[in-house]
Ligand binder design. Structure first.
Ligand SMILES: [Zn+2]
Length: 434
């Protein structure tokens, strides 16, 4: 049990920097949350989420991915833009703190800044593509920011500008990775960059280059598909001509990596089919892992699904605990992460004021306190659930929200949505190497 669980010091405020419905300063930790009522320090300690069985699921997992809280008046924009790999292009940038977009990841935005509204207008009238880039603190806790060297293009597929022209709501999706070559301040007040689109290199199974021609008649699709054992035996024969044993090549076999990854993910109760294509799977995992920005950027720099899958398998095998990033208190076990959305165990959502959160869904958590306020359904990212602000019981840092079902028929009855930015994934034995 958490040592602070009996803490009755109700004079200490939550240190809340973010929540779904309130204005917050996204760049600094702050306890000044106008209108949030966070000054009422009464809080309730909730050590876990009893009664939540991730196997019992009546919630429609497609709802979070629709981002209906942005409104139902967005216009669908059709078409697809594919930028040539290795080509350089000038694109406008939308910088964000604590958000690292990955290909395939949905990015909902509510934009109120006049310069960026103008930027989005230009993007919509063009190829609907802009660059997303993560702003990194130069030192921990510092307000001094610099942009990462890699990012991901985002393609707008729905948009609506308010009648007053003071806001624009957008749904976009991550498409292609890029490396920044140079940047310039646009005269309209936003950043543009010349970027090189990073290639997606599809590496073949390395053992295929060692294959014995005399065995080719056994490699027909029907033969190999009929027997995994036959394929295994063929690989053993092929490896005879190599200096390395077959198991070394197996570590770079995309088919085996996919199988290994799906076995690891089987404990997380996915509510929709997990991709089996190596590239799609590697990005699905990249946007689901509750890892910090620097590790996600490592994945963005990798040009091969084999490299990404190997890195992700290594990380998942080492990942055991999720802790408060500020004080290190244990918050959840990795196996308690589960899916509430077809997009996976983590989703990207924005609040009514435009702040974007990558949110991990967890069915059981500890060491958290709930704000003593009635659960709210306003701007809820999970229709049918009401949210309550949750903070670390030790350091009061805002961690995310607890979501409670508003209907007795809804299952799960409740779950936690914790911000990736507030979590520290504890990896066994690898911390010192990074
Ligand atoms: Zn803490």
């Amino acid at each position: 049990m958490d040592p602070d669980s009996t803490d009755s010091d109700s004079s200490v405020d939550f240190e809340i920097d973010t929540e779904p419905a309130f204005v917050l300063d996204d760049l600094v930790d702050s306890d000044s949350t106008p209108g949030s009522g966070s000054g009422s320090a009464d809080s309730e300690f909730i050590p876990s989420n009893p009664g939540t069985n991730p196997m019992e699921h009546t919630f429609d997992p497609s709802l979070p991915s629709q981002h209906s809280y942005l409104g139902t008046d967005l216009t669908v924009l059709y078409g697809r833009t594919v930028l040539d790999e290795d080509d350089s292009n000038w694109i406008p940038l939308y910088p964000q703190v604590d958000v690292v977009l990955v290909p395939g990841q949905t990015l909902p935005l509510a934009i109120f800044n006049a310069s960026y509204i103008q930027m989005i207008r230009q993007v919509i009238s063009g190829n609907r593509t802009f660059g997303t880039i993560c702003m990194l603190r130069k030192t921990p806790g510092s307000d001094e920011l610099s942009h990462a060297d890699v990012g991901t293009t985002a393609e707008i597929y729905e948009a609506h500008e308010s009648a007053s022209h003071h806001a624009i709501r957008v749904k976009a999706i991550g498409r292609q990775r890029f490396k920044i070559l140079e940047t310039t301040d646009h005269t309209s007040g936003f950043l543009t960059a010349r970027v090189r689109i990073l290639p997606e290199v599809k590496l073949p199974d390395p053992l295929s280059m060692m294959s014995c021609p005399v065995l080719d008649r056994f490699r027909t699709k029907a033969n190999i598909g009929a027997s995994t054992k036959r394929k295994h035996n063929l690989r053993l024969y092929d490896s005879i001509s190599s200096i390395w044993p077959a198991w070394v090549y197996d570590q770079y076999d995309p088919e085996r990596l996919v199988k290994q990854m799906l076995e690891i993910l089987s404990c997380h109760k996915a509510v929709s089919p997990i991709p089996t294509d190596p590239v799609a799977l590697s990005y699905w995992v990249a946007r689901s892992l509750p890892i910090k920005d620097s590790r996600r950027l490592v994945l963005l720099r990798m040009n091969s699904a084999i490299d990404r899958l190997r890195w992700e398998i290594f990380t998942l095998n080492k990942l055991s605990l999720l802790c408060c990033r500020q004080c290190g208190q244990h918050v959840a076990h990795q196996q308690d992460v589960f899916s509430m959305s077809v997009e996976g165990m983590q989703g990207t959502y924005c609040n009514v004021y435009g702040y974007v959160y990558e949110t991990v869904t967890i069915h059981k958590a500890t060491g958290l306190r709930l704000q003593n306020a009635p659960p709210s359904t306003e701007f809820s990212w999970f229709p049918g659930y009401a949210w309550t602000v949750a903070a670390c019981s030790r350091c009061r840092k805002h961690m995310g929200w607890h979501f409670t079902a508003t209907s007795p028929d809804m299952k799960p009855r409740g779950f936690w949505g914790l911000c990736r930015r507030a979590l520290e994934a504890k990896l066994e034995e690898v911390e010192s190497t990074e």
